[in-house]
Design a protein around this ligand. Structure first.
Ligand code: FAD
Length: 470
């Protein structure tokens, strides 16, 4: 008989359970050797580690259903997992059990230019769908920074956003249909290829952002849009973030909806330049990177209007990329922020507090004050157009006092986001990291309702326990 998870409490994966699961997926697809268990003990979230007992790689919906039926019967926790790039501890097996990895279910089944839809398995990587759509002159807009690695199942379960969310929306805006397996093994379908369909509660929306706590997604029907004919990019420096934040409001009230409107504070500008050496102005207090797509004349007109709005708010320099290479370089500066900050110290804690756009300056000032008070280095960058900020602390993981101060600092940052009518998470999910703050944002009645919904889907609480709905 195998021993249970370190934390104890729940029944463990017994030899009998493992053997039954092996018969379903084949012995090579149910692994409990030490190296594999270690690999799946963590995801991309720093400081979080679980204790999985068995890692299972199903190949079909039927296999997922059979594994869930066995686990439900034996009351063994099951943690669905895509690429493991989430930043909230969403796939960390705190109560032991089975990590169910969906990456073998990785077929892009169809890209249909007539219906403007794609059908795919949950383990297809985001970039594979983007490329498949582009090959047919179509665009799949959601583009999280992890899109070369993350899976579409994970994107839907987290309701991920990306650099294009301001204009095109987030993952939930592209989910037309979902096939999913309930924790008790039944297979359901919600929605399909239709733009209009109001038969029943909108379960596909409920599954968006459900973080693997309600059902395992086994197939997706996703909306595509025609690819824009051209795109353009520009940048503007400001003396401080308050000016940049005012420029964001001015741009958005000028009748332009940019595809991208990103910002970097001075800590991030300095880190990117130190790493990438692309000629950024290290003396600037803030940098806005903006972009537009559409037909060529409209792109040129909108970029001029955005540049004009930035100048109106005192931008010290505004530049519009003249070539595709220059545009790529500007966007690369934004994509380089996280790796640039990460090289400053061994531990990088990236969060995603979100506020109404009009409160960005107030929020960033608060973050800077919190960093000073706790003697921490926190750079802030993010999706200025969505008010989605990524305050990112860099520190030495062996400095336990600094780690403790960072935890206090982020608790204060989340509290401020809530006070400013914002959210503790705009796109990274609640997971285990932000569960302690959820009730502060939603209130006790709301959280109680989430628990009742969870119980309706998952009567024995086997799916991703200790997360949403717990
Ligand atoms: C460098 C970097 C940049 C990032 N940039 C962004 C960004 O710009 N925007 C953004 O929103 N996020 C971003 N993220 C976070 C992360 O990449 C996203 O949350 C992504 O959608 C996770 O996909 P995944 O396949 O890695 O899912 P995982 O991490 O494996 O899982 C995420 C959650 O989904 C559940 N899940 C996974 N697959 C299924 C399934 N088939 N059925 C049911 N539940 C499932 C899991 O249980 C877990 O709760 C970034 C992360 C990194 C490391």
């Amino acid at each position: 008989m195998r021993t249970g998870p370190r934390g104890g409490g729940r029944p463990s994966v017994t030899d009998g359970v493992r053997e039954r699961i092996e018969r379903v997926v084949g012995p090579g697809n149910a692994r409990d050797d030490a190296g594999v268990l270690l690999t799946y003990a963590r995801d991309a979230t720093p400081l979080q580690r679980g204790d999985p007992e068995l890692i299972v790689f199903p190949g079909t919906t039927e296999e997922v259903a059979a594994v869930l039926r066995i686990a439900d019967e034996a009351r063994v926790p099951v943690i669905p997992r895509g690429a493991g790039t989430n930043l909230s501890g969403g796939t960390v097996a705190r109560s032991g059990g089975i990590v169910l990895v969906l990456t073998r279910m990785n077929r892009l089944l169809e890209v249909d230019a007539d219906d403007l839809v794609a059908e795919c398995h949950p383990g297809v990587r985001t970039i594979e769908l983007a490329d498949g759509a582009a090959a047919k002159g179509l665009l799949f807009p959601p583009d999280p920074g992890s899109y070369t690695t993350s899976t579409l199942g994970g994107n839907v379960a987290e309701c991920s956003g990306g650099l294009r969310a301001l204009k095109y929306g987030v993952m939930r805006d592209y989910v037309l249909g979902v096939e999913a397996v309930l924790p008790t093994g039944e297979v359901i379908r919600s929605g399909g290829r239709l733009v209009k369909d109001v038969a029943g509660y909108d379960l596909r929306r409920l599954l968006c952002g459900s973080e693997g706590t309600l059902a395992v997604i086994t197939e997706l029907t996703l909306r595509l849009v025609p690819a824009p004919a051209s795109s353009g990019t520009g940048m503007a420096y400001f003396a401080d973030l308050a000016d940049a934040a005012r420029a964001v409001s001015r741009v958005l009230s000028s009748g332009v909806l940019p595809v991208t409107l990103e910002f970097l504070d001075e800590v991030c500008i300095d880190a990117v330049e130190g790493y990438a050496q692309i000629g950024l102005d290290r003396g600037a207090g803030a940098l806005l990177i903006f972009g537009q797509d559409g037909d060529e004349a409209a792109v040129a007109r909108d970029l001029e209007r955005i540049a004009h709005a930035c100048q109106g708010e005192g931008a010290s320099e505004v530049r519009i990329a003249q070539t595709a290479d220059e545009a790529r370089e500007l966007l690369a500066a934004r994509r380089a922020v996280l790796p640039s900050l990460s090289r400053l110290e061994r531990l990088t804690i990236l969060e995603d507090a979100t506020v109404p756009r009009s409160r960005i300056a107030a929020m960033v000032e608060h973050i800077q004050a919190v960093a000073r008070r706790h003697d921490l280095k926190i750079g802030t960058f993010g999706h200025a157009g969505d008010g989605n900020l990524h305050p990112t602390a860099v520190l030495d993981p062996d400095d336990t006092d600094a780690v403790r101060r960072a935890e206090l600092a982020f608790a204060e940052i989340f509290a401020k986001a809530i006070e400013l009518h914002g959210s503790i998470t705009g796109e990274h999910g609640v997971g285990i990291v932000k569960l302690p703050f959820l009730e502060q944002q939603l209130g006790a009645d709301h959280v109680a309702l989430l628990r009742r919904i969870k119980a309706a889907f998952d009567p024995h609480g086997i799916l991703n326990p200790g997360k949403l709905g717990s």
